[in-house]
Design a protein around this ligand. Structure first.
Ligand code: BES
Ligand code: MN
Ligand code: ZN
Length: 502
């Protein structure tokens, strides 16, 4: 679907010293000293002007602060925007997307040249691309359903940035990849933000199928097929809704043919009412985001295909709606999962693990992945434990866990590893079946992870509980959206750093 008007941002690269119109952006540290290219752009009196204005405006060059001035006479620009990058210590651990996001917001709806030369910091194409990525992500708004745009929406539309760099060609090339990644995060955000009356399983499957345009192989399992295969756990969740479930399998074959893939599995509950164990009304509207895992998987597959990653990756998403109609599954039902293991239903609101179990069994048995990562907005308990800025990770493989942790650090999509001990597994033993679908009040995120663990067989696996980070997101320099598109950058980075032939 086309981006809305306010999403429009043009980013191009130019060379340092290039003239032009609109605003001029320069960067300074806490010593307020201009770099060579910024001095050149501002002419002789530039440094003086910045020093004077900084003193009168109490601008200290702190990281992510800005000083706005009318451009000095003789400089072909409307405004001069001085962006602070802080102390030497700050500059040593600069967050490029955040700086890009911050800067883009300062010149939102305007034309600007950005002198991408940061005093005391090495910059190259990679940094310029990360900066551009942040600018794109910051600019995103989901206003598809607003028939009356806010008065400032028109002003916001059509931001046009020219980033002036030493090597224009290299930056342009590198930023092409960053653009693909930004589009992928935005795709995931759109999916999370969409309401469930629009984005029901069939429609979700249709949107995921559009990845075929990028060369992703798509297989959609419909209701008949899911019954044939025997996904008894997933089907039980779906049976209380008039919307049919779907499972979508996306294959990106960018690696050696025959090489075992990495698998991404996503929970795609398009709406989670809780089912018969219905949720309280307050806040139930947030449960349109219960497909954040599936959105991340679709976004990640989009990212890998956009940059033609040299790796085989398989993405699989289980799409259902959890509703309480007369045909709905109920507490005390005993389900037979695809794996053959039986499950006693204690609470129909613990539905995500049922969906994941069957999708995981299908992928483990048909694709034999060398590593598998599932992403799911699985438990409220993980939000209680870790809050909204870090995802919980459970894993049966230390190397995989370390790699994911590192990718989280590198992208700012942080994860924290949680324990998996036999006691959690014991908590889901059932009186009547092989297991039950909840483990009682304590350790809810961990017993949920232990449930999934019973389906991964001997696959190196990590489970990311993203209930706290996928939706209702804390706003930051690169995200103002309710749906964060969390995990797209993390998964892309994980593949890039650990699974691609160089
Ligand atoms: N989708 C919810 C988890 C959730 C809660 C995600 C809040 C995002 C925000 C999940 O299906 C659920 O309902 N989990 C229950 C499990 C319980 C019934 C064992 C929960 O966390 O309360
Ligand atoms: Mn639920
Ligand atoms: Zn759920």
């Amino acid at each position: 679907m086309a981006p809305s008007m306010t999403d429009k941002i043009d980013i191009a690269f130019g060379s340092l010293g290039q003239g032009g119109q609109g605003d001029l952006v320069v960067f300074v540290g806490d010593d307020l000293a201009l770099g060579g290219p910024a001095r050149d752009a501002l002419g002789g009196s530039g440094a003086d002007l910045v020093a004077k204005a900084a003193a009168s405006e109490k601008f200290k060059g702190r990281s992510l602060s800005a000083l706005m001035l009318p451009a000095p006479a003789g400089v072909s620009a409307d405004r001069l925007v001085v962006v602070g990058i802080g102390s030497e210590a700050d500059r040593g651990k600069l967050d490029w997307p955040a700086l890009g996001g911050f800067t883009a917001a300062k010149v939102s709806g305007r034309t600007a040249r950005i002198v991408f030369d940061l005093p005391g910091v090495a910059t190259g194409p990679e940094q310029a691309a990360a900066f551009a990525l942040g600018a794109r992500l910051r600019n995103y708004t989901f206003d598809r359903y607003k028939t009356k745009k806010k008065p400032d929406a028109e002003d916001k539309a059509g931001t046009s940035l020219t980033i002036l760099v030493a090597d224009q060609a290299a930056a342009t090339r590198e930023a092409e990849t960053a653009r693909g990644l930004a589009d992928s995060v935005i795709l995931a955000r759109d999916l999370v933000n969409e309401p469930p009356n629009v984005l029901f399983p069939e429609e979700f499957a249709k949107r995921a199928s559009e990845l075929s345009k990028l060369g992703v192989e798509i297989e959609v399992l419909d209701l008949t097929r899911l019954r044939e295969i025997g996904m008894g756990a997933l089907l039980a969740v779906a049976q209380g809704s008039v919307r049919e479930p779907r499972v979508v399998i996306m294959r990106w074959n960018g690696g050696t043919s025959g090489e075992a893939p990495v698998a991404f599995i996503g929970k795609g509950v398009v709406f989670d009412s809780g089912g018969v164990s219905i949720k309280p009304g307050a806040g139930m509207e947030d449960m349109k985001g219960d497909m954040g895992g599936a959105a991340a998987v679709v976004g990640a597959m989009h990212a890998l295909a956009s940059r033609k990653a040299r790796c085989n990756v398989i993405g699989a998403i289980g799409l259902v709606e959890n509703m309480p109609d007369g045909g709905a599954y109920r507490p005390s039902d005993i389900l037979t999962s695809l794996s053959g293991q039986t499950i006693e239903v204690i609470n129909t609101d613990a539905e995500g693990r049922l969906v994941l179990a069957d999708v995981i069994t299908h992928i483990v048995r048909t694709a034999k992945p060398k590593a598998m990562i599932d992403l799911a907005t699985l438990t409220g308990a993980i939000i209680v434990a870790l809050g909204q800025d870090i995802a919980g990770m459970f894993s049966n493989d230390d190397t995989l866990a370390q790699n994911i942790h590192a990718a989280g650090e590198a992208t700012g999509e942080a994860v924290w590893r949680m324990p998996l001990i036999p006691a959690y597994d014991k908590a889901i033993d059932s009186k009547f079946a092989d297991m039950k679908n909840t483990g009682g009040r304590h350790g809810g995120a961990a017993t949920a992870a232990s449930f999934i663990k019973r389906y991964v067989e001997d696959t190196p696996w990590a489970h990311l509980d993203i209930a706290g980070v996928a939706m209702s997101s804390t706003s930051n320099e690169i995200n103002k959206s309710w749906g964060a598109g969390w995990g797209v950058r993390l998964l892309d980075r994980l593949i890039r750093d650990h699974y691609e032939a160089r």
